[in-house]
Design a protein around this ligand. Structure first.
Ligand code: XUL
Ligand code: MN
Length: 344
């Protein structure tokens, strides 16, 4: 029995289209997806603002809230909670050069409008968390904007959100690049610096995605640990990644089993979830996956997480301490490998 509660976003089941080719699977309706998510064992859903309210740019504030209430009723029908809402600031013609740090004032205003509407939607869905994946916040042309100005823009955008709703929490999901060339807030260290510069740092934290940390050349378990040391890990996006290339969103643990184990271990050791945090997945099926197997990557990720949780529960800390005292790290490494290989 897992100690954790799990969450997932509707984008994690998708049609297989990528930058180089069309869909390979059928689209599945939102309701069908969340029904299956509940059956598979997820207890909360993650949303982009327009996952909850499609076409929201053309709706009034009251219409947006009314649409969000319909989604809340669907969540209730399947016994699911909403975990967070993320303004999708990278798909829109207004945000081709970024949102909060766009070089155009009207684009920055649009980004704030979507952020305030995301907060409204979160409130209607019954959650208090906004995730900012800062997709296009950075530079495509290094000379086009000052990184000092851009960083300050991000802090003041977050301050405006904190002012808009006095109890909302803001959670930055750092990523070093893609689709932007140079990101302004690329790692958990950047997130904590931005958090500290806002008007209410305790309401500003991070969402660590395994693949994003690896793209920055960092160990996701250490990034998780760094955030937890400051009570700043508001959620996670667990997945996997083969080296420093495009963001792959592979099933959790399929590339780097020991790295995955250490992510589970650091979460377990430090009581992740005790404030209601969810273990979120951000995984994509392979393009070759068939319609019938549209959810298999999610089931696999959950099963791998739970199997690693069971290994982490059995991790022999007395032996670890003994080996550390002797500086026998070769021995500790082999013990860990034997545990993962099912030899312990
Ligand atoms: C992009 C990414 C996004 C966010 C949610 O790399 O991870 O899916 O997690 O918008
Ligand atoms: Mn993510």
């Amino acid at each position: 029995m897992s100690k954790f509660k799990f969450s997932v976003g509707p984008w994690n089941v998708h049609s297989g289209a990528d930058s180089y080719g069309p869909a390979t699977r059928d689209e599945i309706s939102f309701e069908e997806k969340i029904k299956r998510f509940a059956e598979i064992g997820f207890s909360a859903i993650q949303f982009h603002d327009d996952d909850a309210v499609p076409g929201m740019n053309d709706l009034t504030e009251e219409e947006i809230k009314a649409e969000a209430r319909k989604v809340k009723a669907l969540l209730d029908k399947y016994g699911l909670k909403a975990e967070f809402v993320a303004p999708r600031l990278w798909m829109d013609p207004h945000t081709i050069d970024g949102g909060y740090m766009s070089t155009r004032k009207e684009d920055r205003e649009f980004a704030m409008w979507r952020s305030f509407r995301s907060i409204d939607i979160a409130r209607e869905l019954g959650c208090d968390l906004i995730v900012l994946w800062l997709a296009r916040e950075g530079t495509l042309c290094a000379e086009s904007k000052s990184p000092v100005w851009a960083t300050k823009q991000l802090v003041s955008a977050i301050d405006e959100m904190l002012d808009y709703d006095p109890t909302i929490r803001i959670c930055i999901e750092p990523k070093p690049n893609e689709p932007i060339d140079r990101s302004i807030c690329g790692t958990m260290g950047h997130v904590l610096a931005v958090s500290a510069a806002t008007k209410d740092p305790k309401r500003v934290g991070g969402n660590l995605e395994s693949a994003h940390a690896m793209l920055a050349g960092l160990d996701p378990a250490h990034e998780i640990g760094f955030a937890m040391a400051f009570d700043k890990l508001f959620t996670v996006h667990l997945n996997d990644q083969n080296g420093i290339k495009f963001d792959q969103d592979k099933s959790f643990g399929v590339e780097n089993l020991r790295v995955a184990f250490n992510q589970v271990r650091v979460l377990l050791e430090n009581g992740y979830g005790k404030n209601g945090e969810y273990v979120g997945l951000d995984v994509k099926a392979m393009r070759t996956t068939t319609n019938e197997d549209s959810y298999k990557h999610l089931e696999n990720s959950l099963n791998i997480f739970k199997a690693l949780e069971e290994k982490a529960e059995r991790f022999d800390y007395a032996l670890r301490d003994e080996l550390v005292a002797k500086r026998d790290f070769e021995g500790l490494e082999m013990y860990t490998m034997r545990l993962l290989m099912g030899l312990e």
